[in-house]
Write a protein of this length. Structure first.
Ligand code: SAH
Length: 199
């Protein structure tokens, strides 16, 4: 198997290990197996599984990775990261969602996740640098703190764009010397990143 096929299979195992129906509200449970985004309350959504899988693959995690996630939401993506990485640091700005996700992830037995409620655009400087960073809400421009907190040779995946119609998923790679190279992956639709931190 090639390296990328191995990575895909490893990510797929993690996706299979996480019961999506536990992360959606009871009234959405019959649709939990569909490959669509679903409402999770507080005007937010859980992404479709195929996009979660794709974004996770782009992070190229290893069992020793420390990963930062902005936008805990339901905690579904968080659980998949926690299956694959050594440690996950996740930030959510809406306390109701943050509390619910924390309770569920603890109930499911994950002990490698650290939670914070607040503005993720500032990152988590005390825990930086991170080998991988994933943002699951769309900013107009990339918050500079997040690029700063990416480790050399690290990867950051984030949707950027002001309106849902024009959003694009980006991958930023930081090289060994600290230079950042960004490229477009595909068009996407995410809820907005709500931040007081002006890039
Ligand atoms: N990955 C999530 C998707 C959640 S939707 C899942 O699997 O369910 C995006 C989330 O980003 C929302 O919960 C929203 O409240 C949160 N968010 C928006 N702006 C944020 C910010 N500045 N800091 C942290 N979280 C933010």
């Amino acid at each position: 198997m090639s390296g990328s096929a191995q990575l895909r299979a490893w990510v797929e195992r993690a996706v299979q290990a996480v019961p999506r129906k536990r992360f959606v509200p009871p009234e959405q449970r019959s649709r939990a197996g569909d490959d669509t985004a679903l409402p999770i309350g507080c005007a937010q959504t859980i992404s479709q599984p195929s996009l979660v899988r794709y974004m996770t693959e782009q992070l190229e995690l290893t069992p020793t990775s420390r990963v930062l996630e902005i936008g805990t939401g339901s905690g579904y993506q968080t659980a998949i990261l926690a299956e694959l990485a050594a440690a996950v640091f996740t930030i959510e700005r809406i306390p109701t969602l943050a509390g619910r996700a924390r309770g569920l992830l603890q109930e499911l037995g994950y002990d490698n996740i650290s939670f914070r409620t607040g503005d993720g655009a500032r990152g988590w400087p005390e825990a930086a640098p991170f080998e991988a960073i994933i943002v699951t809400a769309a900013a107009v421009r990339m918050p500079p703190a997040l690029l700063d907190q990416l480790a050399p040779n690290g990867r950051l995946v984030a949707p950027l764009g002001g309106t849902q119609e024009t959003q694009m998923l980006f991958r930023f790679d930081k090289d060994a010397s600290g230079q950042v190279h960004g490229r477009e992956l595909c068009g996407v639709r995410f809820v907005p990143l709500v931040t007081a931190t002006e890039p």
